[in-house]
Design a protein around this ligand. Structure first.
Ligand SMILES: [Zn+2]
Length: 108
């Protein structure tokens, strides 16, 4: 578990976006994958927290952009007919899923 978690975390945050883009959009996967990966910027909300980074802390429900209100906003982005809006919404929701996976792994 010690090695698996960081691999899943960083792979999930930075590699999976391009895989998702290739599956959903097929064409233009590099550009769209970059937008999905850019959704990782929601981690900037960690800067508002003290301490900024705590590996023992679960981000979900703790940070401003990692709560259910934020998740609702990301889901609404999927309804906007702009590819980059949808890509960002998908990326942000995916980001929450990866973070949530971390929380599950921390407790076992
Ligand atoms: Zn996060």
């Amino acid at each position: 578990m010690e090695l698996l978690q960081p691999v899943l975390h960083y792979g999930g945050h930075w590699l999976a976006p391009f895989v998702i883009a290739a599956i959903i959009w097929r064409s233009d996967w590099l550009r769209i994958g970059a937008v999905i990966a850019a959704a990782n910027l929601i981690d900037l909300d960690h800067l508002l927290a003290d301490p900024i980074f705590d590996p023992e802390r679960c981000s979900i429900g703790f940070h401003l952009l990692h709560g259910w209100e934020a998740a609702l906003a990301y889901a609404l982005m999927l309804l906007i007919p702009r590819w980059w809006m949808r890509a960002f919404g998908v990326g942000a929701l995916w980001h929450l899923a990866v973070d949530y996976g971390d929380c599950l792994m921390q407790t076992c």
